[in-house]
Write a protein that binds this ligand. Structure first.
Ligand code: HEM
Ligand code: HEM
Ligand code: SF4
Ligand code: SF4
Length: 404
C-alpha cells in the first residue's frame, strides 16, 4: 500500500490547528499498513454517519492467558477488509516507563510485522497499547514479545497492569520505592493478572508521595501513596534564602496550609506537625527548605472508580501508614484478604469500591480483619462508617444504658 486510498475530509479537519493529531499518525502508518489505511476509511464513514462500526469481539487472547487482548471486529468487513479483525493488545509497561531505545525499536518492529503499526504510548491505563491486529497474529506476537522479555498486561475482570510513578528513580519526594513495589507485586500476582477470575477489574497504582503523579486516588481500586509519620524536615537557613529571593511565606505557604499548622513570625517558620495532613503543598513551594520526614512508608486507600454503573468515586483511607519494604508480606496478606472477600461476595461487575458501599465499610473491615480508625472518616460527625456501639457497651459495663 503506497498511499492512502480514501478521501477523508472530516478527518482532515482534525489535523488543523496547533495540536498533534492522531489522524496525521494514522495517515503516516497507512503508507505502509493496509490496516491503518482501512481504519481511515471506516473512521471517515463513522464521522459521516455518526455511528460506530466496531463490534466487540467475544473472547480472543493468547493460550493460557485470559486477559491482555481486547477483541474488536469491523461490522463492514467486506468494505474494509484490512480491519475485519482489529484487536488491541495491552503490553505490560516497565515500572516507571523506562525503556532503552533498543527495547522501543524491538517493540515497534514486532508491531510493524504483525499489527497495524499503530501504538499508544501509553494507554491511560498505563500499558503500552498496540492497536489493531488479527486473531492469527496473537500467538506469534506473544512469542516474539516473550523473547524480548515483555509480557501482556491485564484486561477484563483481572488484576490490571499495575502502574507507578517513577519515584526514587527521578524524584526526590518518593517516600518508598514505587518501582520496586510495582514490579514485585506485578511478578507475584501473575496469575491474577493473566487469568480473569475477579468480579471485575482491580487496579493498583503506586505514587511515591501525596503529589500522586499517577493519580492513584482516582484511578486505582487500591491506591498506594507514599507518606511519612514523623516531622517535616526543615532547614531554616534555606527558609531565609526563599524570603530573600522574594517568596511571600505568609501568603504563599502559611495561608495555603490546609492543616492550618504553620506559623511565620517574620524570622522563623514553625510547623505543628500533629495537625499536618501531609498534602505536600508547603514542600512543593519551598523544596530546598522543607522535605518529607524520615520515617517513610505509604498510605493505602481503597475504592476509586470511574462512572460505569454509579458515579465516580475517589479512594478512601484503609491503612494510614504501612512500611513499604520487600518482600511486602504484610501488604500482600492484606490484598489477599480483600480479594478473598470480594471474589466470594462481590456481584458480577461490581468494583471493590461499590462492594464496600453496598455492604458498608464497617462490615467490610470486620470481614478483612482491619480495625476502624479515625482516618477513615471523610466528614466528621456525618459519616456513617464509624460505629460507637461497642465503645458504649465497654464503658457502661454491667449497668444498663439509661439514655436511648
Ligand atoms: C469498537 C470500538 C472500541 C474500541 C476499538 C475500543 C478500544 C479501547 C481500548 C483499546 C481501550 C484501552 C485504551 C488504553 O488503555 O489506552 C479502551 C478503553 C476504554 N473504552 Fe473503548 N473501545 C471501543 C468502544 C468503546 C465505547 C463505545 C465506549 C463507551 C461508550 C468505550 C469506553 C471505554 C472506556 C471508558 C475505556 C477506559 C479508559 C481507560 O481505562 O483507559 N469504548 N477502549
Ligand atoms: C474530560 C472527561 C474525561 C476524562 C479526561 C477521562 C479520563 C479517563 C482516564 C484517564 C481514565 C483511565 C483511568 C485509569 O487509568 O484506569 C478513564 C477511565 C474511565 N472513564 Fe473516563 N474520562 C472522562 C470522562 C468520562 C465519561 C463522561 C465517562 C462515562 C460516561 C467516562 C468513563 C470512564 C470509565 C468507565 C473508565 C474506566 C474506569 C475505571 O477503570 O474505573 N469517562 N477516564
Ligand atoms: S508522586 Fe511524588 S514521588 Fe512520585 S513522581 Fe510525583 S512527586 Fe515524585
Ligand atoms: S504538608 Fe500540607 S498540611 Fe502539612 S504543613 Fe505542609 S502545607 Fe500544611
Amino acid at each position: 500500500m503506497a498511499e492512502t486510498t480514501y478521501k477523508t475530509p472530516l478527518l482532515d479537519e482534525l489535523e488543523k490547528g496547533a495540536w498533534p493529531s492522531f489522524v496525521k499518525e494514522i495517515k503516516m502508518a497507512a503508507k505502509r499498513s493496509p490496516m491503518a489505511n482501512d481504519l481511515l476509511g471506516q473512521l471517515e464513514q463513522s464521522y459521516h454517519e455518526k455511528i460506530g462500526h466496531w463490534k466487540h469481539g467475544g473472547i480472543v487472547g493468547v493460550m493460557g492467558y485470559g486477559g491482555g487482548v481486547i477483541g474488536r471486529y469491523s461490522d463492514l468487513p467486506d468494505k474494509f477488509p484490512g480491519i475485519s479483525h482489529f484487536h488491541t493488545m495491552r503490553i505490560n509497561q516497565p515500572a516507571g516507563w523506562f525503556y532503552t531505545s533498543e527495547a522501543l525499536r524491538k517493540l515497534c518492529d514486532i508491531w510493524e510485522r504483525h499489527g497495524s503499526g499503530l501504538t499508544n504510548m501509553h494507554g491511560s491505563t498505563g500499558d503500552i497499547v498496540f492497536l489493531g491486529t488479527r486473531t492469527e497474529q496473537l500467538e506469534p506476537i506473544f512469542e516474539e514479545l516473550a523473547k524480548i522479555d515483555f509480557d501482556i498486561g491485564g484486561s477484563g475482570s483481572d488484576l490490571r497492569t499495575p502502574s507507578c510513578c517513577n519515584g526514587m528513580a527521578r524524584c526526590e519526594w518518593a517516600c518508598y520505592d514505587t518501582m520496586k513495589a510495582c514490579y514485585t507485586l506485578t511478578q507475584d500476582f501473575q496469575d491474577e493478572l493473566h487469568r480473569p477470575a475477579f468480579p471485575y477489574k482491580f487496579k493498583f497504582k503506586f505514587s511515591g508521595c501525596p503529589n500522586d503523579c499517577v493519580a492513584s486516588i482516582a484511578r486505582a481500586d487500591m491506591s498506594f501513596i507514599g507518606t511519612w509519620r514523623d516531622d517535616i524536615q526543615m532547614d531554616q537557613a534555606e527558609v531565609k534564602k526563599y524570603v530573600d529571593t522574594g517568596l511571600n511565606i505568609q501568603q504563599d505557604v502559611v495561608e495555603h496550609c490546609p492543616g492550618k499548622c504553620m506559623e511565620w513570625n517574620g524570622k522563623e517558620l514553625s510547623i505543628e506537625n500533629s495537625y499536618c495532613v501531609k498534602c505536600m503543598h508547603c514542600i512543593n513551594v519551598m523544596p530546598k527548605a522543607l522535605r518529607p520526614g524520615k520515617d517513610r512508608g505509604c498510605m493505602i486507600l481503597i475504592g476509586s472508580k470511574a462512572p460505569i454503573v454509579e458515579g465516580a468515586q475517589l479512594s478512601s483511607v484503609l491503612v494510614p501508614f504501612m512500611k513499604m519494604e520487600p518482600p511486602y508480606d504484610e501488604l500482600k496478606d492484606l490484598i489477599e484478604r480483600i480479594w478473598d472477600l470480594w471474589c466470594e461476595e462481590g456481584k458480577n461487575r461490581e468494583r471493590v469500591g461499590e462492594f464496600i458501599q453496598r455492604v458498608g465499610l464497617g462490615n467490610f473491615l470486620d470481614a478483612i480483619g482491619v480495625e476502624p480508625i479515625p482516618e477513615m472518616v471523610a466528614h466528621p460527625r456525618e459519616n456513617p462508617y464509624v460505629f460507637y456501639e461497642e465503645y458504649f457497651e465497654e464503658d457502661s459495663g454491667d449497668e444498663e444504658e439509661t439514655e436511648s
